[in-house]
Design a protein around this ligand. Sequence first.
Ligand SMILES: Nc1ncnc2c1ncn2[C@@H]1O[C@H](COP(=O)(O)OP(=O)(O)OP(=O)(O)O)[C@@H](O)[C@H]1O
Ligand SMILES: [Mg+2]
Length: 497
Amino acid sequence: MANLDLSQQIPLPANIPTEPEAFYRDFGPLRHPATRKPVLQLAPYQYDTWRKFLKHRRLLEVKSHRVGESSKWMLVDFHLAVLPSSNPLSTRGYDTMLLGPTKQQAIEILRDFRRRVLESRKYSPFIMDRPEEIDLLNDSISSGAVLRDEKSKTAALYIKNPESPLRPSRIIALGADNPGLLEGWPNFKHIHVTDITAARRDYKEALEIALTRIANTDGTAVIETIPGKPYGQVYEWAQRYRGIPESELKKGDFCYVEVTAEQAVAAGVMPGDFLEGERRRLTTADFNGLYGASFTSTTGNVFSSQAIERAIELGKKYNPEEIHHSAEKSQGIDEGFGSSMFGVVVVQKVDGLLVVTLAEEYERPDINKMAYEASQRIKTWPIETTQCDAAQPAFIKLLKTKVGENPDYASIPKEKHRFMRVKPITFGTEHREMLGNTALLVEKGWVAIHPNFAKLITALRTAVAEDYSLDKEATLHNDVLDAFRLALRPYAIKGRG
Ligand SMILES: Nc1ncnc2c1ncn2[C@@H]1O[C@H](COP(=O)(O)OP(=O)(O)OP(=O)(O)O)[C@@H](O)[C@H]1O
Ligand SMILES: [Mg+2]
């Protein structure tokens, strides 16, 4: 083993500056993308946000495009990995998660950065880039094909660890589009999330998992992202943390910062005429979203924002957990056990309003558990009518059995369905009518939704449809919305055949 001591092959520099300015100078300058001249000093906001991160350990940065922050934060990731372990923020021997909207996007950023490190006279020796070195390590750290296989699917930058050569530090590129994959890594001490609001799907789960990954290591986190739409986790955190003065931040809080394109112009990072060109080219809302670090308000087209706000105001008047036993209730279930989620919504009729009392989404749930819980609600709350997506007969049979109905419902004529407590609904023929009906009920102010039901509210805010046919890619939490329209189906405003 002794002759595998990789640190002995090229001596690694030991004196690593801790101060941002000094480390940047030590590392070597970036090249300005327009002038190709070396950038001897980073912009003031680049050092400023760096220092705030070192102080508070968690930082949420809502930023403009092209202000140089991703490159700066990559440098910070690397800095932490080469700092000696005597520094509490050091990630030597640990992993850093670089989380992009997709893994491919994270890989691109990591590759770019790798090239930059290789240009650094002092720090390039830290890069472990010969495959045989890595193979050797994988074989010696843990035996078996698992790691080798993992490596082929992984994009990682290996950084030598002079304190423990067999435990290199790594920066690992991962994507928010596959949150399940984030769970498999036990050793993160820093996470760097980039442009997460550009993710096509809801990234909340990915962010949550990422943060749990650093709980054991008492790790640090940077989220740097364009603002995106005015909902979702980044928006919620921005609302929560922007108001907290730095001196009042507690452990676990994010220090909130904004970086606009105007700051980048002032610092010479972005050419001023480029920004002016963009200002002329884009609508004000789009310009502010891309360059002004402000959340754009493009929303869905099915529910008006006034109607959604009114439903939330009405919802605040009711305790969302209170079940009124004598109230009429309806449950909608959009069964999904694989790629789509399992959505459940229950409404109860109180004071003439349809008050949402459950709106949840489950990923790959157990079918028996879901059927059991639905049947318990039907029996104990009690719920008179439950509409399920007819496309999942196995679930419907199970639920019917549990509530004492004939599971052989295929033989029961349609006109008798109204006597069933568990009804199969054919989305294919009814989806438009149900969405139209849902929109009408919300528009009329007959629906109350407590702000706790954030997924349903996000679904309403983002719902995009053409001719009442829902665009599932554009609509966040569309499975909750499907359950919602199933729950509201009995309250059709127009007559139904
Ligand atoms: N202080 C600086 N002065 C000049 N150029 C810089 C500076 N900092 C970074 N750059 C360069 O600016 C370009 C954009 O950088 P980077 O990708 O980090 O920005 P960004 O804000 O993450 O942009 P986006 O995510 O929108 O692409 C890169 O070529 C980078 O090397
Ligand atoms: Mg970037």
